[in-house]
Every structure is written in structure tokens, then in C-alpha cells.
Write a protein that binds this ligand. Structure first.
Ligand code: GRF
Length: 203
């Protein structure tokens, strides 16, 4: 399956997907890394790995619709069938999310439906949860919402700060994202209603 990865910054999750895709058994090929931000550090990582990159700078478009149309045609130009958001910091409108319904995947640094939005590690610490983590899910029009493909739990440790906790969650994200993209691209994680039906023995 040809996939596109959308980033806005550092790109460590994208990099984890790139690493995973080097395995010939990985059921996805990254045909494009696209960023709305021309300065995203992840673009360099992708180029160094020999992957095609594109910048679709939202500031060059009159409105969200025009930006998303450009993004949509760029993705199609490369023949991508599945789109992975990896630290993509633009909110996508229902026009885009419905166009890519059940083909658009996101990673979020919390155990959804807890802590949607930003600053998840600070908020998890503030709430006093003992288990935090990350979620990979199909995207629906509402932010950080949609059928869950997989989650990884990360215990909150004594003395954790948002930074130390965030680092451990990020580490878990890298493994989880690759696993979930493999499930989605091999057809083993299909949307049925508003849930994902997994066709695996154990996960
Ligand atoms: C990750 O924590 C991801 O879950 C969130 O944004 C961050 C992106 O980091 N959506 P990176 O660009 O993948 O390093």
C-alpha cells in the first residue's frame, strides 16, 4: 500500500515509519512526506532517507479549502492510498477528513478519549492518572476522535515531569504507529461502524 505521511515539525514518528518500511515484509511503502511548514526538520530526515517530499504551505493559500485542495491533489499525485498524520499541526476540515474517511490515520499522545488536544502530558500529570500513553486512530471530523486501531500504555512514574513522561510516551508512539499502520495497510484493522475490527490473533 502506498502511503503519504503529513508532518509539521520534528518528524520522529514519520522517521519511525520510514525505519519500519525498510523491512520488506512491511505492508506499506512511503511514497511522500508532505509538510505545511517549509522549515519542518522532518523534511530533511525524509530527504536523507531518499523519500520524496513536498511542501504545501498553508500561508500561500487564501483559505483552508484552497490549502486542503492543494494537499489533496499533492497526495493523489504520488498515488498514496492511505494518509498518516504524524505531528501535523493543521486542523483538517470535514471536507478533507470525509474525502479520506477510513484512509486517514492519526497518532495522539494520550490514551483517547482522555486528553484530546494539546499539552497532554502536563494535563495527565495534573489529573493524577497512573497510566498514560498514546493512541493511533482513524480520523473523524472531530479533533482527536475516531475508531481506535491501537493504544500503548505508559505508566506515570514517581517524579515524572511532562518532559520525562513525554519522552517515554514518544518512544511508545514510534513502536505503536508502525504496528498500527501495518495493521491498517494489510487490511487487518478495518473500520466496522465506529469501531475497528482487528483480524489478528494477538495484539
Ligand atoms: C507526537 O507526540 C504526536 O503524537 C503528536 O505530535 C508529536 C509529533 O512528534 N501528534 P514528531 O514530529 O513525530 O516527532
Amino acid at each position: 500500500t502506498k502511503i503519504a505521511v503529513l508532518i509539521s515539525g520534528r518528524g520522529s514518528n514519520m522517521q519511525a515509519l520510514v525505519e519500519a518500511a525498510k523491512d520488506e515484509d512491511f505492508p506499506a511503502e512511503i511514497v511522500l512526506v508532505a509538510s505545511n511548514n517549509p522549515d519542518a526538520a522532518g523534511l530533511e530526515i525524509a530527504r536523507a532517507a531518499g523519500i520524496e517530499t513536498e511542501v504545501v504551505d498553508h500561508r500561500e493559500y487564501d483559505d483552508r479549502e484552497a490549502f486542503e485542495e492543494a494537499l489533496d491533489s499533492t497526495i493523489k499525485l504520488y498515488g498514496a492510498r492511505i494518509v498518516c498524520l504524524a505531528g501535523f499541526m493543521r486542523i483538517l476540515t470535514p471536507w478533507f477528513t470525509e474525502r479520506w474517511r477510513d484512509l486517514l490515520i492519526n497518532i495522539h499522545p494520550s490514551l483517547l478519549p482522555a486528553f484530546k488536544g494539546l499539552h497532554t502530558h502536563e494535563r495527565a500529570l495534573e489529573a493524577g492518572v497512573r497510566i498514560h500513553g498514546c493512541t493511533v486512530h482513524y480520523v473523524r471530523p472531530e479533533m482527536d476522535d475516531g475508531p481506535i486501531i491501537g493504544q500503548a500504555a505508559v505508566p506515570v512514574l514517581h517524579g515524572d515531569t511532562a518532559e520525562t513522561l513525554g519522552e517515554r510516551v514518544l518512544h511508545a508512539e514510534h513502536a505503536l504507529y508502525a504496528q498500527c499502520v501495518a495493521l491498517a495497510c494489510s487490511g487487518k484493522a478495518r473500520v466496522a461502524g465506529e469501531r475497528v475490527r482487528l483480524q489478528v490473533r494477538e495484539f
